[in-house]
Design a protein. Structure first.
Length: 460
């Protein structure tokens, strides 16, 4: 269940960070994360007395007394050059169109006059890509070796199960051994020792004994054979009604298809930011659920995500390494209007306040639905609490729009009250529209009874 909950949290995080999330975009995001190992996972803190298994990116900014890095093998880390074709590969965005193009290898194809020149320039570009990818992985290696306080273990293996040929130690491992004047043990044999000692055992063992499984399988086979024989006999008796039966089945399938178009099943997990969409335009919101359409990426959404990450690091919720400044240039941040948002925030009163909670995720269950509430920041103001939601977009255009947006804050307030036990009347809420440097405190916030009434009217 822990893995399922973690995956559900990733899906909820993606859905909550997009105005119009859809399946195609989510699958593309998973593919990107698989290639770059860059899931935006929740912050992880070192814990005493346990062994933590993390990716390199998740370990950034953290320290442990002892750190072990495994599988330092050529072809695995560093990798075997996957992605050396760069943007020439199918489905890749051309580097000149990317905001970070200045830091990426350049393919000089414009001055090519003949086919052999084109091949030479492409080969040179791929070679430069391989060097670029190696540099990126070297940066990751730097992150790895700077995590431990006292002890670092670097390891690899000549063999793994199923391999006929031995593997080559990573150049990173060889460099470390050369620096420390350590000799890597030589390969003793060209036979895979794991294949010689291979032994497979099912686990857990059958509590009823080793013969129980064979007897159970035999009984299941006899039952299946008897069932199939019975079905054949019944089919022979009803062969005259075969055509009518098929007609009835087709009509039932048609009725089921028509019914599915007129009804909708709400998702179990709903981002709190989507609550207003269901209340404001239930028909349109559910129509997108029944027939999801691909949506283009929005620059404002990207800017909002970057700004939220920056605020989280500003308050020290997740430390950043200097190496990240190399990966993401200042020009890339400027192109997303992040600098203007950062300046407004640093000049606001919130920059001088100490939050008691940052990026707190709370799951609020109402009936059959669970609302995912991700609170940007919570501050203490005297004996009261203030929940603030950063907004990189525009403030409400009128009172009706404001009333819908306030529903998100109402859910946050209710969820925080139930999570902490703080009386709901002691909790204030507000929006901070960073681009406009505008703080918006609603005149009234729906209480629990009003929220439940709104939702029950929809679901019933």
């Amino acid at each position: 269940m822990a893995h399922l909950n973690a995956f559900a949290a990733i899906v909820a995080g993606y859905s909550g960070s997009n105005n119009q999330p859809h399946l195609g975009g989510f699958l593309n995001w998973l593919e990107f994360a698989d290639e770059r190992e860059r899931f935006e996972v929740p912050s992880t803190n070192p814990e005493r007395g346990v062994v933590q298994v993390l990716t390199i990116h998740a370990a950034k900014g953290l320290e442990w007394n002892h750190v072990a890095v495994a599988n330092l093998i050529e072809g695995d880390f560093p990798s075997s050059g996957k992605g050396s074709s760069g943007w020439v590969a199918i489905g890749k965005l051309p580097f000149p169109l990317r905001g970070d193009s200045a830091s990426l290898p350049h393919w000089n194809y414009k001055n090519v006059q003949a086919q052999n020149e084109a091949k030479q320039s492409l080969d040179a570009f791929k070679e430069e890509m391989r060097a670029h990818l190696l540099t990126e992985e070297l940066r990751l290696m730097y992150v790895e070796v700077t995590r431990p306080k006292s002890c670092l273990l670097l390891s690899g293996s000549y063999w793994k199960p199923g391999n006929k040929n031995s593997r080559v130690p990573s150049q990173f491992l060889l460099s470390a051994c050369e620096l420390l004047k350590i000799q890597i043990p030589e390969l003793e044999s060209q036979e895979n020792p794991m294949e010689l000692e291979s032994q497979v055992e099912s686990w857990p063992l059958d509590p009823l004994g080793s013969n129980h499984r064979s007897q159970l399988d035999r009984a299941a086979a006899l039952t299946l054979e008897s069932s199939e024989s019975l079905e054949r006999n019944v089919a022979e008796l009803n062969s005259a009604d075969q055509i009518q039966s098929e007609i009835s089945l087709l009509l039932a399938e048609r009725d089921a298809a028509l019914e599915s178009l007129s009804s909708v099943t709400l998702p179990v997990r709903i981002p709190a930011s989507s609550f207003k969409d269901y209340i404001g335009d239930f028909a349109e919101t559910t129509r997108r659920l029944k027939r999801p359409m691909p949506q283009p990426p929005y620059k404002q959404t990207r800017a909002g995500t970057l700004f939220h990450n920056w605020v989280e690091s500003f308050f020290g919720a997740s430390a950043l390494l200097e190496i990240e400044a190399d990966v993401r240039s200042q020009e890339a941040f400027a192109s997303e209007n992040i600098e203007a948002l950062k300046k407004n925030f640093q000049n606001s009163r919130f920059a001088t306040m100490d939050p008691i909670d940052v990026e707190r995720e709370i799951q609020l269950t109402v009936g059959e639905n669970t609302f995912i509430c991700k609170l940007d920041a919570v501050f203490a103001e005297g004996d009261r609490k203030l929940i603030v939601d950063w907004k990189s977009g525009k403030s409400p255009k009128d009172k009706k729009d404001e009333a819908l947006k306030v529903l998100q804050l109402a859910l946050y307030r209710l969820a925080y009250s139930k999570f902490t036990g703080e009386p709901i009347e002691n909790i204030d809420v507000c929006f901070y529209f960073v681009a406009e440097d505008k703080e918006l405190r609603p005149e009234s916030v729906p209480d629990e009874a009003q929220l439940m009434k709104l939702w029950s009217e929809l679901t019933n």
